[in-house]
Design a protein. Structure first.
Length: 252
């Protein structure tokens, strides 16, 4: 589990006023993620008449998120494109950066910030907070009608209200846990398989043929699957955020 350990860079803690404000490996990879996103957008905002591959990639991603919001929310969904696009790209790049093979360099290993519930939970709370702000700013206390499905018998309204409210409040937890669990499980599996490969090689040629080679082949397949999971989890997070925003905008 060492790959998930948050440690200060250079092994030194910086304490100020009783608080540890050390710049950690987690903070480093979040900064690298933001830097990669900034470079990606910078290279794609040239507005050339004939767009190059970089500009086409940026326009493709923004168009993809914009179309998703329009499909789920309607015309008003376009105003949320900057936030959902930033959310999607941050998670996608952070996931992919955690897959970088820097572990071949002694003393280094990639850090997946989305494998920590503190990061995914904060992103989920941020999205949930925006949903609440949009819902109450647009509808006031009528927003609570979201928790009473249309056509509910009067005698069932109190019970349905409590059930729907609890279901609504669980959303940020499920949103954050889904991404956290998916990334953590994938990296643990890869680490276990890597251990089989190394230990099999150390045990001799016979064990290596039986254990290391099949484990290495399986690692290749799992790595490709994990790259797909990186993209799927970013998409799911953005999609669910758009669906929750739809509830706030249209009370559906």
């Amino acid at each position: 589990m060492h790959q998930f350990l948050v440690e200060p860079l250079f092994g030194r803690h910086l304490v100020l006023g009783g608080y540890d404000i050390s710049f950690t490996n987690s903070a480093l990879f979040m900064v690298l993620t933001l830097g990669a996103l900034w470079l990606f957008m910078l290279g794609g905002m040239r507005r050339e008449l004939v767009p190059g591959r970089w500009q086409a990639a940026v326009e493709g991603f923004t168009g993809f998120i914009g179309d998703m919001l329009h499909a789920n929310i309607g015309p008003e969904g376009r105003k949320f494109t900057p936030y959902v696009f930033s959310l999607f790209m941050f998670i996608l790049i952070a996931n992919l950066m955690g897959m970088l093979p820097v572990g071949v360099i002694p003393g280094l290993h990639a850090f997946t910030v989305t494998s920590h519930i503190t990061v995914t939970g904060l992103l989920a709370i941020l999205s949930f907070g925006i949903v609440l702000i949009v819902g109450f700013s647009r509808h006031g206390f009528h927003f609570f009608s979201l928790f009473v499905p249309h056509g509910t018998p009067v005698v069932m309204i109190p019970l349905m209200f409590v059930i729907e409210l609890l279901s609504f409040l669980v959303r940020p937890f499920s949103l954050g846990l889904r991404l956290f669990v998916a990334m953590t499980a994938g990296h643990i599996l890869l680490k276990v398989l890597a251990g089989f490969v190394v230990n099999g090689l150390n045990a001799g040629p016979g064990i290596a043929a039986i254990v290391s080679i099949p484990s290495f082949i399986l690692m290749i397949g799992i790595t490709l699957l994990e790259l797909l999971v990186c993209a799927i989890q970013a998409y799911v997070f953005a999609l669910l955020t758009s669906l929750y925003l739809n509830d706030a905008v249209n009370l559906h």
